[in-house]
Design a protein around this ligand. Sequence first.
Ligand SMILES: N[C@@H](CCC(=O)N[C@@H](CS)C(=O)NCC(=O)O)C(=O)O
Length: 216
Amino acid sequence: MKLIIGNKNYSSWSLRAWLLLAAKDLPFEEVRIPLCMENTESAIAEYTAAGKVPVLIDNDLTVWDSLAICEYISEQYLDGNGWPADAEERAVARSCCAEMHSGFFTLREAMPMNCRAVNRRVPMTAELQEDISRIDSLWTWLREKHAPRGPWLFGEFSIADCMFAPVVFRFSTYNTAVSDISQNYIQTVLEHPKIQLWREQAKGEVETIEGEEVGM
Ligand SMILES: N[C@@H](CCC(=O)N[C@@H](CS)C(=O)NCC(=O)O)C(=O)O
């Protein structure tokens, strides 16, 4: 398999698909296309007409979009184990991922993922606090419910953790105040060896995207 991704420092959607493949130790080749460069559009167009990363190439198959890639990996390579085993939990996990995938626009805009940046502060607005509070209460609820089975959102590591991993980096970069339970979850994610690897590789990147460098 080949996974086409953007800059590790900034490409939050790329991280989601990459983390599932990496955390599950599946063999894949990475192709990194730095975003916001003169040739970004043409470089991505070699793989997909959708114009966005991540893209997964598996033999003759092209899968674009982070969530579709995670679904495919789970079905094709993980026996469905990318999701919780229980049907009701699976439905809730899919709801969480869909909510992340289609929402939190204020948070995404105001707090861009910037893995190598620390101790940044951005101005708080009511809309931003609303997004943060929703994620905080969702994480707290899931962790309280699933704590006996492990430290991840649904106990065991799942696609839900991949979909929220960029938010973990955001909360860490911008020192976002959340519940103790969410803070523990953030720590769990940050300590994952593959998350540490991603962050190290992000630190090694030389490109800077001005528009993504926000906060003081
Ligand atoms: N919904 C898509 C969003 C993908 C997306 O927006 N990717 C951004 C990078 S994180 C991108 O490719 N931007 C390139 C561009 O717009 O030129 C997914 O989940 O994969």
